[in-house]
Design a protein around this ligand. Structure first.
Ligand SMILES: Cc1cc2nc3c(=O)[nH]c(=O)nc-3n(C[C@H](O)[C@H](O)[C@H](O)COP(=O)(O)O)c2cc1C
Length: 177
């Protein structure tokens, strides 16, 4: 199985999850290509059987570099005839989208738009979106105080070791099927 592990991380939380995904996939004996998304990232996802895409949540949505990449790919695949009306399924292709989020104001409802947004490219291409994960990620820098006064309580240190262990278990569950 060819696995692609794409992620964007601005303050260091999502990258921890992406590295854990990379490690867990390798432990299953599969190969994985892990790519940090930047404003200049060019990638063709269609050759991959399984794609992970993760981002932090910033104002309810993925990072700008992720939005730009998804927009570019949608146009490219639509122009190339790969996105078809009714979005027919591509047998065996699967995607996992996830985010890390602070949820200070409205909890997980701040994270759901991000994963729904990211899932759409894959759904349009006929990939089976087998999981949408919303992982808690502490606020850093100027926003750090929000890590103790928000809707989710004290989220300092998240994602923590237990969060990352759970990610690894779920990855193995998906990859080994
Ligand atoms: C500029 C900025 C905006 C953010 N906006 C939101 C938000 O709207 N909703 C939310 O739940 N978390 C928000 N967060 C918290 C981040 O989503 C969370 O800390 C996430 O884990 C960051 O991922 P990263 O460290 O990989 O960049 C924001 C953080 C920053 C820095």
């Amino acid at each position: 199985m060819k696995v692609l592990n794409l992620y964007f991380s601005s303050t260091g939380n999502t990258v921890k999850v992406a590295h854990k995904i990379d490690e867990a996939i390798r432990e299953t004996g599969h190969q994985v290509e892990t790519i940090r998304i930047t404003p200049n990232t060019e990638v063709d996802i269609l050759p991959y059987d399984c794609v992970f895409l993760g981002s932090g949540v910033y104002e309810w949505l993925p990072g700008e570099a992720v939005i730009r990449l998804l927009t570019k790919l949608r146009r490219q695949y639509a122009d190339g005839g790969e996105i078809k009306p009714t979005a027919p399924r591509r047998s065996g292709k699967k995607a996992i989208v996830y985010c890390t989020y602070g949820g200070c104001h409205t909890g997980v409802n701040e994270a759901i738009p991000t994963t729904k947004y990211m899932a759409q490219l894959f759904d349009h291409l006929g990939y089976d979106v087998v999981a949408e994960w919303h992982l808690i990620g502490e606020y850093h820098g100027k926003l750090a105080k929000l890590s103790t006064i928000g809707r989710l309580g004290d989220i300092q240190g998240r994602p923590n070791d237990a969060d990352l262990r759970e990610v690894a278990e779920k990855v193995k569950g998906i990859i080994q099927v």
